[in-house]
Design a protein around this ligand. Sequence first.
Ligand SMILES: [Zn+2]
Length: 286
Amino acid sequence: MRWRDKRRSSNIEDRRGRRGMRRSRPIGGGFILLIILGLFLLFGKNPLNLIGLGSNGSVPPTTIPSGSGGSARANDENADFVSVILGSTEDAWGDVFRKAGYQYEAPKLVLFNDYVQSACGMTSAATGPFYCPGDHKVYIDLGFFRELNHMGASGDFARAYVIAHEVGHHIQNLQGISMKIQNLQRQVSRTQANRLSTLTELQADCYAGIWIHNYEKQKDILERGDIEEGIRAAASIGDDRMQRQAGQRVNPDAFTHGSSADRTYWFKVGMKYGSLKKCDTFSQAR
Ligand SMILES: [Zn+2]
């Protein structure tokens, strides 16, 4: 993707490295800071100078230990990328809503490490990226991008697809679909409720297709092979594939995200037509 020259979103909320949310807090960095602070009080000057590390005594020792989850620089490149993709969803959906006579209310995107508190409760990064309808925010631990590589969905468009899918859930929320489905699910059998979840997920895939359909028209971001990456991402996080990888027999009743084939199909429908109407997975279930 040609993403580097594109606009960044201002709707990123960076909660990475927040100590309060961690299971175990590494004491190393803080402990050393405390010792340095103690020396500072004792000697009345920057103790780093005493051991030859200070810069003329003018800079106080305020090094913040970097968070977990790989090199900070790699994560910042990912964070930069995510803010461009979020910005692209704002441009694409802003346009779709404007044409329909509405104003788009963009979601916030929260970056976190390990655990996060939201209107949906306390959630572990193991859940994967998610959207919380209660606070209109998308949540992602950037470590998920590494897992995506392991699942066979590498490349920047695969990562962008994941963000666009979550923003798709935000669109469903704005349309009142999420609420309707949740109410309906309380009145039907477990199997039917699962089926409704699947159709909701497939619609979010279709909406991811609408995003790239519209944004590509505005900004020309795609490079050769990108769409294939997105399709591979849709396919490799299909429930059938994940069940097989988990060593389970493929069981359609337990699907909540849809099979690889269905996810690919709906992403392509959204990308081809760029139309909300075409993404009515509920009435056009295959
Ligand atoms: Zn989803």
